[in-house]
Design a protein around this ligand. Structure first.
Ligand code: MD3
Ligand code: FE
Length: 206
């Protein structure tokens, strides 16, 4: 644990993207969603719907359904089409900030309306844990919770705002984390409100 109380390998870059860069990314995401619509993922076994809507870009996308559970796959589960490419601006951020030599293969796009949450979980569906996960927040603020590698580890909360970037590498890569709440009307970036989170990931071993 670092002096901040945040796990080692966690880096927080508040307000990294200026308004113009945020608007440009929203344009990129609109184009992605036009080709690969947001859909409602459901939990393995129970089939319970998640409150976050999702899509992806990249060679692989993270999906979940009742029968086959959490996994990465090259095709959109509803349209059956390949995911759109990762936009150049996101590849550039990965190159500058990840410290990882190989490119990301997946970019998960999470959309939160004002009631959506994401329960405490680990990201462990990737086969390459030496690569960090790079997360970009756009739109309304959220309360993000991050603990340690065991579910019962002490956790702390952090407010994430539009334009913030978080990089989860090293010991933080397998930290439990979640999104506790969305703060409505805290950003003017998205005309209808809500929050978008983008996560860039390396999935297969290099
Ligand atoms: C900490 N998304 O998609 S991003 C997810 O805001 C996910 O949508 C949240 O958790 C969101 O899996 C949080 C920040 C994040 C991403 C990956 C992590 C935090 C992480 C991996 C390890 C530890
Ligand atoms: Fe996660």
């Amino acid at each position: 644990m670092a002096a901040t109380g945040l796990p080692d390998g966690f880096s927080y870059l508040p307000d990294h993207l200026d308004r113009r860069a945020q608007e440009a990314l929203v344009g990129d995401i609109r184009a992605i969603v036009a080709k690969a619509p947001l859909y409602v993922p459901v939990m393995p076994r129970t089939g319970k719907a998640m409150s976050v809507r999702m899509t992806n870009c990249g060679q692989l996308g993270w999906v979940t359904d009742k029968e086959r559970g959490y996994r990465y796959q090259p095709l959109h589960p509803v349209t059956g089409q390949a995911w759109p490419d990762i936009p150049p601006a996101l590849l550039a951020l990965w190159n500058t900030l990840s410290g990882f030599d190989a490119p990301p293969e997946a970019c998960l796009v999470n959309f939160y309306d004002e009631t959506a949450k994401m329960g405490l979980h680990q990201d462990r569906d990737e086969a390459e844990f030496s690569a960090p996960v790079l997360s970009i927040s756009l739109g309304d603020s959220c309360l993000f919770r991050i603990g340690g590698p065991s579910r019962g580890d002490k956790a702390q909360s952090l407010k994430l705002r539009s334009g913030d970037i978080v990089i989860l590498g090293g010991k933080s890569r397998l930290a439990f984390h979640g999104v506790t709440r969305i703060y409505p009307d805290t950003s003017t970036l998205l005309k209808k409100g809500g929050r978008i989170n983008l996560t860039l990931r390396r999935v297969t071993p290099v």
